[in-house]
Design a protein around this ligand. Structure first.
Ligand code: NAP
Length: 410
């Protein structure tokens, strides 16, 4: 087989919106900076072991390293080489370790750049408890929530004006002419929220709920105060729910008037909550929520708060999804003080790999990994971050933890 035809057979493609995954699939990976190489190595080993255990030789990952971050800069003088972007574009998928945000100019954040370049409009973060993990809450097992956070708009869009800058003064004058007085010395950030981006995000969240038999989708917003951005997000969300998924969805009003407070089998309750109230709801009644669809800033805050309830970011995976491209990544950063010490917890990246397997339909391999992770944590065989909080635990290095997980696949 020629290199070209080999590459053709290894590519993910889409037909009529459905993903087609070859048995031998090429997965580009970015090793990441700091602790990235340690956790990437551990993750690849665990993912390979699960594929082998479930599929024998029938399916296989062909790993292909692509450069980004410090490694890329040192080798190519570019933080995000075009060649890496081209490979992601072609292969439609990637998994990455954390990347340092370069200081002193250039790209503001490589992670934000990747999301923008590939229009990865949904940041998806599942949050679920692993028995035995030390947590600050009494009932972490009640948390089983998937957050869909809009990834491209809101105050994160980078439209900001520095106090005293010519642009700021111009805007201030414009706003004054429209009757809005901005206090002298203010900076200004713009918060765009569009119908298009809100609807596609909520659409993806409801599709996920249908596919994964989740009973509720909650639109989280601060629309009581920011009516035309956050409030509009909520209205557009309900529109999508009604117009595109009317067969599946019911409202809170339906629930109480027609169904006596019980969601009928096969139906999904689409409701909404104001952001501040949602924070306390998630603490006191987390089991009343399953899928959350929300704007960028709300999603950022909420996903960390949810992750804290089940033991912190070290166990929180993430996926950045567009219509045909997906990048999976650990939610934590590079933890540079632990670089090359074979020390940190690879679970967040391993679970991102689990999300990747679910995305490509290799669900048995995903389940095997989750079960093995559960068993390893229950056995108290853990890395330093958990060991320091678990009396009687055995301290493992990153690579030893990966081996323990693989052993528990048997
Ligand atoms: P960080 O790298 O997430 O590290 C903060 C602390 O979190 C660590 O000191 C460690 O806590 C804990 N931690 C992180 N990863 C862990 C792991 N795998 N296992 C166990 N504990 C872990 O945050 P940061 O120090 O603020 O950021 C460092 C760099 O990462 C920055 O350049 C930032 O821009 C970048 N970053 C990248 C991404 C990404 O690529 N997606 C995301 C966030 C930040 P203890 O010290 O208590 O042990």
């Amino acid at each position: 087989m020629t290199t070209k035809s080999m590459a053709e057979t290894e590519k993910i493609s889409f037909k009529d919106g459905k993903i087609i995954v070859p048995n031998k699939v090429m997965i580009p990976f970015i090793e990441g900076d700091g602790t990235g190489p340690d956790i990437t190595k551990a993750t690849k080993k665990v993912l390979d072991a699960a594929v082998k255990a479930i599929f024998g030789g029938e399916k296989q990952i062909i790993w292909h390293e692509i450069l980004a971050g410090e490694k890329a800069f040192n080798k190519t003088n570019s933080w995000l080489p075009e060649e890496s972007l081209q490979i992601i574009r072609e292969y439609k998928i990637a998994i990455k370790g954390p990347l340092t945000t370069p200081t002193g100019g250039g790209i503001r954040s490589l992670n934000v750049a990747l999301r923008q370049i590939f229009d990865l409009y949904a940041c998806v973060r599942p949050v679920k408890y692993f028995e035995g993990v030390p947590t600050p809450t009494k009932h972490p097992e009640k948390v089983d929530i998937v957050i869909f956070r809009e990834n491209t708009e809101d105050v994160y869009s980078g439209i900001e004006f520095k106090s005293g800058s010519p642009e700021m003064l111009k805007l201030s004058d414009l706003l004054k002419s429209m009757g809005y007085e901005i206090r002298t010395g203010s900076g200004l950030g713009i918060k765009p929220i569009s119908e298009f981006a809100s609807k596609r995000l909520v659409r993806m969240a409801i599709q996920y709920a249908i596919k994964n038999k989740k009973p509720r989708v909650t639109l989280v917003h601060k629309g009581n105060i920011m009516k035309f951005t956050e409030g509009a997000f909520c209205e557009w969300g309900y529109e999508v729910s009604k117009q595109e998924f009317g067969f599946y969805t019911i409202t809170e009003e339906d629930l109480n008037k027609k169904y006596n407070g019980v969601i009928p089998p096969g139906k999904i309750l689409v409701n909404d909550r104001i952001t501040d109230s949602m924070f306390q709801q998630l603490l006191i009644r987390p089991d009343e929520y399953s899928v959350i669809a929300t704007t960028n800033l709300n999603g950022d805050y909420l996903s960390d708060a949810c992750a804290a309830q089940v033991g912190g970011l070290g166990l929180a995976p993430g996926a950045n999804l567009g219509d045909e491209i997906a990048i999976f990544e650990a939610t934590h950063g590079t933890a540079p003080k632990y670089a090359n010490q074979d020390k940190v917890n690879p679970t967040s990246m391993i679970l991102s790999g689990v999300m990747m397997f679910e995305y490509i339909g290799w669900t048995e391999a995903a389940e095997l990994i989750v079960n093995a992770l559960r068993k390893t944590i229950r056995q108290k065989h853990v890395t330093y971050d958990l060991e320091r909080q678990m009396p009687g635990a055995t301290l493992l290095k990153t690579s030893e933890f990966a081996d323990a997980v693989i052993k528990n696949m048997a």
